[in-house]
Design a protein around this ligand. Structure first.
Ligand SMILES: Cc1cc2nc3c(=O)[nH]c(=O)nc-3n(C[C@H](O)[C@H](O)[C@H](O)COP(=O)(O)OP(=O)(O)OC[C@H]3O[C@@H](n4cnc5c(N)ncnc54)[C@H](O)[C@@H]3O)c2cc1C
Ligand code: FES
Length: 426
């Protein structure tokens, strides 16, 4: 009873806030009426925005209230082959309790017990590929190809192959709550450009679907880069988005179209996604850009966007593997010396490597990887705990707040940098 009263009271407060915001927006719209067109159109736009604001506030409250700690059991409710080596998994909480909404662009962290490795669990992250939905979470996973170096091949250790081959309807999985800082704020209405390369389309697809579900009239440009039709997933879905949403501009780019690819039907551009293409297609550079794709694509897009005059804060990105974008290094790396001006060295004790810290890589994890030292990683964002490494001596600084603090005497290498000479157990 008391819960119901509190619930009704808080919805009333939200509606009051919404009507206040509505009054303010309506005032501004009226001032702009002469320039922007009829009152009726303004009123409709306002209705949509106010409804969207209320919806987002309710979702945010639900997101915070129903978030869980640690791992929760989910069951696979549906498994769909998307083509191009990508398979979508629809997940429902095993306890049948409420499914928290999430920010579009965030990912899930999975803890898996691979059949050949009964001793340890393996962590991997997969972006949510649909908008928040009361029924299910969806992830879309690409089957990893064999490594170029045949000596490194170990199919039994590949989680993506495990998902494709062994995770089916009814399988139970351990899943952490949605996390990650690469997400689209649905309370804003600024025009955006969403860019996905290959399987990197997943987080930006979630953003696209979320804008559609929120009934926002926000201007959205969507660029999806693949080699050809064989890799192009969810073709009908993207075609429907283009047809049904006048504010969406879907651009499919094939870098190597084959004979069976029909220009204007399957794809719009026979070229890679690039800033040269944006210059031809976009009305201006005045957008927020959200990109996720293979490292070379992200690096060149980031550099070319900033060279085109797009401010750094308007370029948002996520990497599925080691990020090479210079921005990360420039913004987050620690100075190459201690506060007292002394050079810093990092010793990877188990690997027997001593490496100078020159401040050019983003984290200790990247320093390890670029020097052939293997440290397991999952989210690469301080949330999953996979990269935790014991500190034998020295101290680190975190470049962002860890999702979960590691035990004293260890550090999350994906988000830390050395403060002084450091010896790591790696
Ligand atoms: C935030 C975030 C979001 C992500 N979102 C997505 C997403 O939406 N979709 C997606 O597909 N991925 C996504 N990823 C990438 C994903 O987490 C894994 O990195 C990816 O699936 C590869 O994992 P893997 O275990 O198959 O292979 P790896 O981690 O590359 O390899 C593990 C081991 O298996 C071996 N191996 C791998 N493949 C083979 C093979 N075919 N044959 C023989 N040996 C092999 C390797 O040599 C290695 O020893 C995301 C990553 C991050 C950090
Ligand atoms: S890789 Fe997930 S916390 Fe470092």
């Amino acid at each position: 009873m008391v819960d119901n009263i509190v619930e009704i009271a808080s919805i009333l407060v939200l509606l009051l806030i919404a009507s206040y915001v509505g009054t303010l927006v309506l005032g501004n719209l009226r001032l702009a009426r002469a320039a922007t067109g009829g009152v009726e159109a303004e009123r409709k736009l306002l209705d949509v925005r106010v409804a969207g604001l209320v919806q987002q506030q309710l979702l945010e409250r639900e997101r915070v209230e129903s978030k869980w700690n640690g791992f929760r059991k989910f069951e696979v409710w549906k498994k769909i082959e998307e083509g191009g080596g990508i398979c979508s998994f629809y997940l429902r909480p095993h306890d049948k309790k409420k499914l928290p909404p999430f920010h579009p662009g965030q990912y899930l962290t999975f803890r898996l017990q691979l059949p050949n490795d009964k001793q340890a669990t393996t962590i991997r992250c997969y972006s949510l590929s649909d908008s928040a939905n009361q029924e299910f979470y969806r992830v879309s996973i690409k089957r990893n190809p064999p490594p170029r170096d045949a000596a490194k091949a170990n199919l039994a250790a590949s989680v993506s192959n495990f998902f494709h081959d062994q995770i089916n309807f009814g399988a139970i999985l351990d899943v952490k709550a949605p996390a990650g800082g690469f997400w689209l704020d649905l309370t804003h209405h600024t025009p955006i450009v969403l860019i996905g390369g290959g399987v990197g389309v997943t987080p930006v697809l979630s953003m696209l679907n979320a804008v559609a579900a929120s009934h926002s009239t926000r201007e959205v440009w969507f660029f999806y880069g693949v080699r050809n039709k064989a890799e192009h997933i969810m073709r009908e879905h993207f075609a429907m988005m283009e047809r049904e949403y006048p504010n969406f501009h879907i651009n499919i780019c094939y870098s190597e179209p084959t004979k069976d690819c029909v220009a204007g039907v399957d794809y719009q551009h026979a070229e890679r996604v690039s800033v040269e293409l944006f210059k031809k297609v976009l009305p201006s550079n005045n957008y927020h850009f959200y990109l996720c794709g293979p490292p070379p694509m992200m690096t060149s897009l980031y550099e070319d966007l900033t060279a085109w005059g797009v401010p750094e804060e308007a370029v948002h990105f996520e990497a599925f593997g080691p990020a090479t974008i210079k921005k990360v290094a420039a913004q987050q790396a620690a100075p190459a010396t201690t506060e007292a001006g002394a050079a810093i060295s990092v010793t990877f004790a188990t690997s027997g490597k001593v490496v100078p810290w020159d401040g050019k890589v983003a984290s200790l994890l990247e320093l390890a990887e670029s020097n052939g030292v293997s440290i397991a990683s999952g989210c690469r964002a301080g949330n999953c705990g996979t990269c935790v490494t014991a500190i034998k001596s020295g101290d680190v600084r975190y470049i962002r707040e860890p999702g979960e603090k590691p035990e004293a005497g260890s550090c999350l290498t994906c988000i830390s940098v050395p403060k002084v000479d450091l010896v790591l157990n790696a």
